[in-house]
Design a protein around this ligand. Structure first.
Ligand code: PMP
Length: 391
């Protein structure tokens, strides 16, 4: 039977990690991997999470099964951060824990499909797994250009997709810190999107994987909350794997906004059934640690401080790149106004290969860089190398 399978190409970023590990040059730079790094190149466990884990080990008295909805205390504790002062939106919004943001995106698309979703409108480029999950579910993807050549969001393309949509169509939007471009909508653009979505009836799916890494917890939520305020229904996929540094512990949540409490119950029971058939229930540990952090004022303060330090470091690297202006034929100025871990450089595959071979600089073939891979110690070398290969 297995002979009938077609071999699949390995994940390109994993291949890049292996190549980087095998490179013996001491000043090599890894801009491929999708995790935060400190100025020393580390991806440490948050202090607030360490403390919560200590308490978990000490106090947890059972590891018996929860249910498909996972740690409901975690799901509820996260809601004021994601949704603001009226976190259930009058009893219309509820959620469940998922294995990472990936599990939440999977559930959003699978539940959408169960409810008649056929077409997924999506700005491209996007996080590659968006398309992979949609394809796995045999959903049709209707792509539009997320960004314009000048490094700003192409909101007209999104508005056109929304205005032309009919029944059975959804639009996937990144809540903040767009992966891979770093280009987010302005608040005015979010307002225009919200109005158009409400008017056309297209179903919004918001993917939030980097809240707090752009401009702040509240600032990063302001845009997508405008959409949620205007629409009768929506799905939200949320990842805590970046903003709590929990990556491998797989911490995420899937939220549903419905027009009435009855409809919300119906959606939740279907989401539970899908989760049961997929992973039965999500891994507990990381979500329990987040719950302990969010329920303790002092740990919340620590967590917010650590998140602020990450955000400020990303901003400092971006400012430095932007200030350097031109590097060869590249204009680095737009990187200063982009957000989060990622940005795209308009470099060719050959230039990416030369950066790797001649300078020991590793980045995705698409030109995506993780700005957290840059430090005050290696950023000048990076800018010089860019000037060299694109000059
Ligand atoms: N959505 C986006 C846009 C992402 O970039 C990521 C992670 N890279 C995810 C979802 C999924 O995150 P997780 O690791 O929590 O599954």
């Amino acid at each position: 039977m297995l002979d009938r399978l077609e071999p699949q190409s390995p994940d390109a970023l994993l291949a890049l990690i292996q190549m980087h590990a095998a490179d013996e040059r001491p000043d090599k730079i890894d801009l491929g991997v999708g995790v935060y790094r400190t100025d020393e190149g580390a991806t440490p466990v948050f202090g607030a999470i360490k403390e919560a884990e200590r308490r978990l080990v000490e106090d947890q008295d059972s590891k018996s099964y929860l249910g498909p909805e996972g740690d409901t205390g975690f799901v509820t504790a996260l809601m004021p951060y994601a949704f603001g002062e009226n976190p259930t939106m009058g009893g219309r919004l509820a959620g469940m824990q998922t294995p990472g943001g990936t599990g939440a995106v999977r559930l959003a698309l699978a539940l959408g499909q169960k409810a008649g979703l056929k077409w997924l409108h999506m700005g491209t480029p996007s996080w590659p797994n968006h398309a992979q999950i949609a394809q796995d579910l045999a959903l049709e993807i209707a792509p539009f250009n997320h960004a314009s050549d000048d490094g700003t969001a192409n909101v007209e393309a999104a508005l056109d997709a929304i205005r032309g949509a009919g029944a059975g169509e959804a639009i996937l939007l990144h809540g903040c810190c767009h992966n891979p471009t770093g280009i987010d909508y302005t608040i005015e653009e979010w307002e225009a999107l919200a109005e158009a979505i409400a008017e056309s009836g297209i179903f919004p799916i918001i993917d939030i994987a980097y809240q707090g890494l752009g401009h702040g917890i509240e600032e990063d939520a302001a845009g997508y909350r405008r959409v949620l305020d205007k629409v009768p229904e929506a799905f939200i996929a949320y990842s805590c794997d970046k903003n709590f540094g929990l990556y491998r512990d797989r911490v995420g949540a899937f939220y549903m906004l419905a027009d009435s409490a009855d409809m919300l119950d119906k959606a939740q029971s279907n989401a539970n059934a899908l989760a049961r058939a997929s992973w039965s229930m999500p891994p507990d540990h990381g979500a329990a640690a987040v719950r302990l952090v969010l329920r303790d004022e002092k740990l919340v303060q620590n967590w917010r401080g650590e998140l602020t330090a990450m955000r400020e470091r990303l901003r400092k690297v971006r400012d430095r790149l932007a200030q350097s202006g031109e590097a060869g034929r590249l204009d680095l100025a737009p990187l200063g106004t982009q957000n989060g871990l990622f940005s795209m450089l308009p470099v060719s595959k050959e230039e990416v290969a030369r950066l790797r071979q001649e300078h020991g600089i590793y980045m995705a073939g698409s030109g995506r860089i993780n700005v957290a891979g840059l430090t005050m110690g290696n950023i000048d070398k990076f800018i010089r190398a860019l000037a060299d290969v694109t000059g």
